[in-house]
Design a protein around this ligand. Structure first.
Ligand code: AHM
Ligand code: MG
Length: 376
């Protein structure tokens, strides 16, 4: 057996890039705790004395689904998983798209646990109901099964995003309703994502900070690798599809020009990084800082990203890690959705960067005053 290898190695003073001397390394290993995601969930549950364990079981079922999706994503190029549903394989069967497959995996992992009363998925038109023959619970789950699907065929990082709410009336055992789904993001009891990149990582929060687990495929476990992650208060990277520049409002254009203008203190120009998978761009922003944007433009007045499936869970993670998430004027977590597929512009990342962006959108930044004076 693997013994200790089943556990993630966590040091309270985790500092992976620090080059420790050998003796110091040995001492520091002796101070470490070894934590799988199951153990971590169980330990967090102990902080809520009234907890019944239902929520922990829900998370356990979800991590099973994420393990299965991670496996399928890793084998995507070797199987018939890539491509559109119009493709027919050698058996004469219609090939399943990976994002539809991911939706089904999550549904099948979550429908029978007795924890949820309803789900909603970016891949489904309406509500995703719990089959009548299964018990219903007090939680609601929304998810984007495979974010960044246009990147799948090119083997670029993709991810799964989820959030969990309590149903509005927990005493009911009837099917959940649209009102249970249309809750503002600040009511999320748990939010997270899995990112299928150079390794698979699972990032989640239940309001007790943000923890990152890295999947070890040799033992099939998510191991706590980055406890209590904090986003830098300011970064030096901006992330946006700048192809839309000509369609943006003038104040946003000024902000981007500002980020690209060298400053005397050397803090600008910022670097541009854009994967085109929101999970991947936000994950990098969580670790390195900076700002991720999907703004409105003349042809898409609400932007592209979905409030419920993408923006709210990612915003909750960034906010819990000490950053900010805004639609340009207000905290996105305060928005009460009116439609399950509603879109919203979004700017999220380091608190100082997002605050500065908002200043630009209000037309109050000194750079704008200077530009105005020069053009007068
Ligand atoms: P998807 O849910 O169909 O994958 O679309 C959402 C994705 C986001 O992951 C990403 O931020 C965005 O679309 C990229 O859009 P664009 O190609 O317009 O830059
Ligand atoms: Mg998506």
């Amino acid at each position: 057996m693997y013994g200790g290898a089943f556990y993630g190695i966590v040091n309270a003073n985790f500092a992976p890039r620090v080059n420790l001397g050998l003796r110091h390394q040995r001492e520091s290993l002796m101070e470490t705790r070894l934590v799988t995601i199951e153990r971590h969930i169980a330990e967090q549950q102990q902080q809520f004395p009234a907890a019944t364990g239902e929520f922990s079981r829900l998370l356990r079922d979800l991590t099973l689904a994420l393990r299965i999706i991670a496996r399928d994503v890793r084998r995507a190029g070797l199987t018939d998983l890539l491509g559109s549903t119009r493709v027919v394989n050698v058996h004469g069967e219609e090939v399943r798209k990976l994002d539809e497959l991911a939706h089904d995996v999550i549904f099948r992992a979550m429908d029978h646990g007795g924890h949820l009363c309803v789900m909603a998925s970016e891949e489904a038109e309406g509500l995703v109901h719990i089959p009548a023959n299964y018990r219903r619970g007090k939680y609601v789950m929304v998810f984007d099964p495979l974010d960044g699907s246009s990147n799948i065929d090119a083997n670029i990082t993709i991810g799964t995003i989820f959030s969990i709410y309590r149903r509005l009336d927990e005493t009911l055992d009837t099917p959940g309703t649209i009102e249970d789904i249309l809750q503002p993001g600040y009511r999320q009891v748990c939010a997270g994502y899995a990112v299928y990149g150079s390794s698979t990582q699972l990032v989640y929060t239940t309001g007790l900070g943000v923890d990152v687990f890295t999947f070890d495929p040799t033992i099939g476990e998510f191991l706590l690798s980055h406890p209590q992650v904090r986003i830098p208060s300011r970064g030096s990277i901006y992330s946006v599809n700048e192809g839309g520049y000509a369609l943006w409002g003038e104040r946003l254009q000024q902000y981007i020009t500002y980020l690209k203008t060298p400053s005397l203190d050397g803090k600008r120009p910022y670097s541009l990084r854009y994967v085109g998978t929101a999970v991947a761009d936000v994950h990098r922003t969580l670790f390195y800082g900076g700002i991720f944007m999907y703004p409105a433009n003349r042809t898409a007045p609400h932007g592209k990203l979905r409030l419920i499936y993408e923006v709210n869970p990612l915003a909750k993670i960034i906010t819990e890690a000490g950053g900010r998430a805004s639609d340009g004027y207000r905290d996105v977590l305060q928005i009460t959705p009116v439609d399950i597929h509603q879109r919203t512009p979004v700017f999220m990342g380091s608190a100082e960067d997002v605050a500065e962006l908002e200043q630009f959108l209000r037309g109050e930044h000194s750079f704008q005053q200077c530009a105005h004076a020069e053009s007068a």
